[in-house]
Design a protein around this ligand. Structure first.
Ligand SMILES: [Zn+2]
Length: 380
């Protein structure tokens, strides 16, 4: 059964149909440019933090339900448009499409801007890729990754790491077989963005990491990323050393052991979590006489907050960030706040900064935003 629009279009004369299609395309370009401009302004004002999101990318994907690729491209172009406002005009009149522009952004400099944008005008994605290859011949997949399997037929090894960006290769350690993964233009964009200095720092964060973790079935995940030769060697050494424990050398098990150990060590350092905690919360000195937050308090706070940012917005939505957590003093330490459980909570960087701005005022925050950040982590 066709929808109403499909049915009504069936009676539209050919010429009118083509005119109407062209008008829609041009309208959608104007909307796209406005959308990017809005994203840029919300990003600039960091309004996502007020809504309990740790980043503009999280706000776009989790709240606005844009796809990762859409969010990534729009944020990338929006940030570049702060430096080069005419990018939005080019988007609006269709001289360059969003995806082409997002690809180009990391390659733009003040010197080449006019020339590159001129050459990119009304070009197809393919032509823009060719232009980029000319601008940055080595910006593509690092050559060393392709050389690895030729040296020794062992695949890059899967390890849980980041989140979104697929690696250039996938491998099967059991057979030593390696195959080039099909690389979509989106993946290429994200990867290239990483490599280029000027605007790369401004690019949206999330899809830039190199690893991928995807669910296969309930409680089964495929994890893949690209490993260096050094890491491959270390994994082989680890496999060998753990033979008695893990006779079949199953890589997932070996890695899980290694990660569990590292996690336990980091959690002990960062959140004061140990199997046999020395100090009890009741015995801890929470007076704030020292800047150091007692381990027992760090442990209790991270347990209470579930190792997750505790910021909640006006609608009761809690921030989901679990990375880059910092201890925040509700009553600021600098203003005499103590280290008591009630005064300390976990916040992500963005929300720690936001709270600090409330405490100290905007503008001063850069220097004092994280006086109570986590203690430095030292390897044992
Ligand atoms: Zn947060």
């Amino acid at each position: 059964m066709s929808s109403e629009i499909t049915r009504s279009l069936q009676s539209v004369p050919d010429d009118e149909l083509l005119r109407s299609l062209a008008e829609l395309v041009s309208r959608s370009r104007r909307v796209e440019a406005d959308l990017v401009a809005h994203i840029g302004e919300v990003d600039e004002r960091r309004l996502y933090a007020r809504q309990a999101f740790p980043s503009m990318f999280a706000y776009c994907t989790e709240h606005l339900h844009l796809s990762e690729a859409e969010a990534y491209r729009r944020i990338t172009v929006a940030r570049a448009a702060r430096l080069y406002p005419t990018l939005l005009d080019r988007l609006r009149d269709g001289r360059v499409q969003l995806s082409g522009l997002a690809r180009l952004v990391p390659h733009l400099t003040a010197d080449n801007f006019a020339a590159v944008l001129g050459r990119a005008t009304r070009r197809t994605t393919r032509q823009i890729e060719a232009l980029i290859a000319e601008l940055s011949p080595k910006a593509d997949v690092p050559a060393s990754i392709r050389k690895l399997p030729q040296i020794r037929p062992v695949a890059p090894v899967p390890v849980p790491a980041g989140d979104l960006e697929p690696p250039p290769m996938s491998g099967d350690l059991a057979t030593g077989r390696i195959e080039a993964a099909s690389t979509t233009p989106d993946e290429l964009v994200a990867r290239r963005v990483e490599t280029v200095p000027l605007l790369a720092a401004m690019a949206a964060p999330a899809p830039a990491s190199r690893a991928r973790l995807e669910p296969l079935a309930p409680a089964r995940f495929k994890v893949q990323f690209t490993a260096s030769a050094e890491l491959r060697d270390k994994l082989e050494r680890l496999q060998a050393l753990m033979r008695s424990e893990i006779p079949d050398g199953d890589l997932a098990t070996v890695i899980e052991h290694a990660i569990s150990e590292k996690l336990a060590r980091l959690e002990a350092r960062r959140f004061g979590k140990t199997k046999a905690p020395r100090a009890k919360l009741a015995d801890a000195d929470t007076s704030g006489a020292s800047r150091h937050i007692p381990a027992a308090v760090r442990r209790a706070v991270s347990d209470r907050d579930g190792d997750r940012c505790r910021f909640v917005d006006g609608n009761g939505r809690r921030c989901s960030e679990r990375r880059w957590l910092e201890f925040h003093h509700r009553h600021p330490y600098a203003a005499g706040g103590d280290h008591g459980l009630a005064n300390v909570s976990l916040l992500c960087r963005q929300h720690n900064r936001q709270m600090a701005e409330q405490d100290y005022g905007r503008g001063k925050v850069r220097s004092i935003a994280s006086p109570e950040t986590l203690p430095p982590i030292r390897e044992r």
